[in-house]
Design a protein around this ligand. Structure first.
Ligand SMILES: Cc1cc2nc3c(=O)[nH]c(=O)nc-3n(C[C@H](O)[C@H](O)[C@H](O)COP(=O)(O)OP(=O)(O)OC[C@H]3O[C@@H](n4cnc5c(N)ncnc54)[C@H](O)[C@@H]3O)c2cc1C
Length: 382
């Protein structure tokens, strides 16, 4: 029986599995998802005070749709022999979906790097919350004032003093000018101090040293700078983009028989942009890549990847949240209204569980209608 193998159990891997199961219908086709984790980790929720809310058991998604989960880590992809090596075991595939995601780029030569915290993984978020749980009025330094660093800093400010450090001369540099005024107002409101044009050069027991020479007492330094795709991408393509991602065509094919999805895939969004390393893209990429991997084997027409509107929703802790639309990130909702949108998104990203019909129906809806975004409600009311 032909075999679709998916590497990765994040948003892209899980939705690839569901997409492949949707295309399979009643046909004979084996689908295996290989990932070391028992849970889908909802990484966008890892900034929240309780990281345990950010996980869903894989067996409750894969079981009902007849996808096997192999708990293992893939070390080798041999695209000539159509084989992957997982924990030393060779597994043959007819179609492969690479969905091994991304990880935080840790600083290599920073003295005290082993003391850094992060909210990139479930274990990382557990370590941070465990460390700060019984400290009241702690002080924390967040390195990186991008999307993740801003969410971490504003959440941590609820119970402690926070210093936000970034090499750039503005906060949220990569988010552009659109939401900057709201972000700065939120940081002021929460009393978050900023040191821009600087970084952390050493972390010690209870202190950090900044590149301007200042030593600052701190209980925790949280590293939030830079994401890069899984190293497995190097085994697929010699032409990776600046985030280490594999170029793919409109069917999300990287090579004959090999697809890529999620944070490993540099898919075109439009003429001027590739997709973001974001779950809002990892989910539809997975649905299309998985569907196409199975459809190709079953003689069905392949689906094009045609993205929905680009939006962001940045949580700003007790200062609410900002919801933006478009690549210029026009602010559509902020404060309490933005927070409502964020809450709904954070619930929405939980896949359906225990119910094959619901899971497959969701896999077939590549893009969600987003009726909960305020402007959409206004428009549909008009
Ligand atoms: C704190 C934080 C906040 C975020 N906020 C948002 C947000 O608000 N909105 C948004 O859209 N996105 C957000 N993101 C980004 C989003 O989480 C990622 O884009 C998304 O998780 C990517 O999904 P993925 O499946 O491609 O990869 P991942 O989630 O990285 O999953 C990769 C999977 O592959 C597995 N894997 C890795 N290597 C191997 C291997 N060698 N063999 C087998 N399995 C392997 C992993 O165990 C994991 O199961 C946020 C991320 C973080 C960290």
């Amino acid at each position: 029986m032909a075999h679709v193998v998916i590497v990765g159990g994040g948003f892209a891997g899980v939705w690839s599995a569901a997409g492949a199961a949707l295309a399979r219908g009643d046909a004979g086709l084996r689908i295996t998802l290989i990932a070391p984790n028992d849970h889908l980790v909802l990484r966008p929720r890892l900034y929240e005070p309780d990281p345990e809310v950010a996980k869903v058991e894989l067996r409750r998604i894969l079981g009902p749709i007849g996808v096997r989960h192999l708990r293992a880590t893939v070390s080798t992809i041999d695209t000539t022999r159509h084989v992957v090596v997982a924990d030393g075991q060779e597994i043959h595939y007819d179609r492969l979906v690479l969905a091994a995601g991304s990880g935080l780029v840790k600083p290599r030569n920073l003295p005290g790097a082993e003391r850094l915290f992060d909210i990139d993984t479930l274990d990382g978020a557990r370590r941070l919350t465990g460390h700060l749980r019984h400290r009241n009025d702690y002080s924390a330094i967040v390195v990186g004032a991008g999307f993740t660093g801003l969410e971490a800093a504003t959440e941590l400010a609820a119970r402690g003093r926070v210093l936000l450090v970034d090499r750039a001369s503005t906060v949220g540099a990569q988010l552009g000018a659109g939401p900057r005024k709201e972000i700065e107002a939120a940081l002021d409101h929460l009393g978050i101090e900023r040191r821009l044009g600087t970084t952390v050069t050493e972390v010690g027991d209870g202190y950090a040293i900044l590149s301007d020479g200042t030593t600052i007492e701190t209980d925790a330094v949280i590293w939030s700078v830079g994401m890069r795709a899984s190293e497995l991408t190097r085994q697929i393509s010699g032409e990776l983009d600046h985030l280490g991602r594999v170029p793919v065509d409109r069917h999300l094919r990287a090579l004959p028989g090999v697809f890529a999805a999620g944070d490993t895939a540099a898919a075109a969004f439009d003429a001027g942009h590739t997709v973001m390393q974001a779950c809002q893209h990892a989910t539809p990429l997975g649905k299309v890549a998985g569907y196409n991997a199975a459809a190709g084997l079953l003689g069905l027409p392949l689906r094009d990847f045609t993205p929905g509107p680009y939006v962001t929703c940045l949580d700003l802790g007790d200062a609410g949240a900002i919801f933006t639309r478009g690549w210029d990130r026009r602010v559509m909702a902020s404060g309490a209204q933005g927070k409502e949108v964020k809450k709904r998104i954070n619930q929405y990203i939980h896949p359906p569980v225990d119910d094959a019909t619901k899971i497959l129906a969701a896999a077939d809806r590549v893009y969600i209608a987003l009726p909960f975004f305020p402007r959409d409600e206004e428009q549909s009311a008009a």
